[in-house]
Design a protein around this ligand. Structure first.
Ligand code: BGC
Length: 369
């Protein structure tokens, strides 16, 4: 099977005739990063999906899902080996991004009157945790029922962030649903925003652009950005704009319309403010009319970054040898809003000692004939 290096060891495969088919979890060695740490690749498999997850950046490396004719394809962009993931400092394919996902203006923010600085790695701002974010760390792993738990201890002062942060990300597969549960604790007040940065292409990773895929986002407002892609602080209505995805609309339908916000980002790269925020709520639905594959995203988070792969430029050659060009994948990063540490009106991202951050997102795949 693609992206596999050596024979898999069955870690857990509990099957009992009176129970529905279970998820099998297997793991294998997946080489080493340049500093010598060993990396593992896990395979989560059930009747519906096969998911590969690596301890390098706690990344989703592939998700194989059937189309309307039962034909399987990998529906996320990614590479075959850990060296390619390590060499890529800009796409964040499949990674858990942190300690703070998305941007903090000038990398600077204050907590309780004390100012902190994170390294700047994106046009004078901090993106996805700084120069070495969680996406480039080797996480430790533990098998759990139907999946794997990844753990990372980020030291006090890592990328300038205060407090030792212990983060757990639990991936588990059940039927056609891949669940991601996040939790984190800290030893000092800090800011945290964890998300998964998978790029989906429901036509398959080598399919081409995602412009024909139809997206629905239950969001009446979004957070407009400035030239550095930092939110202006406004919660703007989507009504009458190309940002209104409340009715299912093809990604490409309005992406080239003369709109200042689309121009700034080269397409969609905006945080949508989800209308419903209580419990597990809907964040997005996507349908690919040609393959019939569908994706439903539910979350406990208040926002979702809808990014149409605007900065993909053919530099990355993916798992099946295709160069990933502009708009070859889209991300739906469930999250707290970008630059929240500098926007007191946005939901807070401050985590304090004694508190535990909990967040859950589920990606459910299906087919529509
Ligand atoms: C950001 C994009 C960025 C991409 C990383 C997204 O979450 O919003 O602006 O280019 O991640 O490649």
């Amino acid at each position: 099977m693609k992206k596999m290096i050596c024979a898999a060891t069955v870690v857990a495969s509990a099957m009992a005739f009176h129970l529905p088919a279970q998820t099998s979890v297997t793991s294998e060695d997946w080489g080493k990063v340049s500093e010598g740490q060993a990396v593992k690749l896990f395979t989560l498999k059930d009747a519906e999906l096969t998911v590969h997850i690596t301890t390098f950046g706690a990344r989703i490396a592939s998700i194989e899902a059937p189309d309307k004719n039962g034909k399987r394809a990998d529906v996320v962009l990614g590479y075959r080996d850990v060296q390619s993931y390590e060499a890529d400092k800009s796409t964040y394919f499949g990674a858990i991004v942190g300690r703070y996902g998305n941007r903090i203006a000038k990398g600077t923010y204050s907590i309780d009157g004390q100012t902190f600085h994170a390294p700047l790695n994106n046009n004078g701002n901090m993106l996805h945790g700084g120069t070495v974010g969680f996406d480039h760390k080797v996480w430790t792993e533990k098998q759990i029922p139907g999946g794997v738990e990844m753990t990372l201890v980020s030291a006090d002062g890592d990328m300038g962030f205060p407090g030792e942060l212990t983060a757990h990300v639990r991936y588990s597969l059940k039927g056609s649903a891949l669940q991601i549960e996040y939790s984190a604790t800290t030893t000092k007040p800090t800011v945290v925003n964890l998300t998964n940065h998978s790029y989906f292409n429901l036509g398959g990773e080598s399919h081409g652009t995602i412009l024909d895929e139809v997206v629905m986002l239950p969001a009446s407002r979004y957070t407009p950005i400035d030239a550095g892609l930092i939110p202006t602080g406004e919660l703007a209505t989507v009504q009458g704009t190309p940002f209104d995805f409340r009715k299912p609309t093809a990604i490409g339908e309005r992406i080239d319309t003369p709109n200042e916000q689309l121009k700034l980002a080269g397409g969609y790269d905006h945080n949508f403010v989800l209308d419903s925020t209580s419990g597990m709520h809907l964040a997005a639905k996507v349908v690919d009319p040609s393959s019939g594959r569908t994706l439903t995203v539910t979350t406990t988070e208040p926002g979702v970054q809808f990014y149409s792969g605007n900065f993909l430029d053919g530099t990355a050659t993916g798992a099946s040898g295709v160069k990933y060009e502009k708009h070859f994948g889209f991300c739906l990063e469930t999250q707290h809003f970008p630059d929240s540490p500098n926007e007191p009106k946005f939901p807070s991202t401050v985590l304090r000692p004694g508190q535990t951050l909990h967040s859950t997102t589920v990606f459910t795949f299906g087919v529509q004939k």
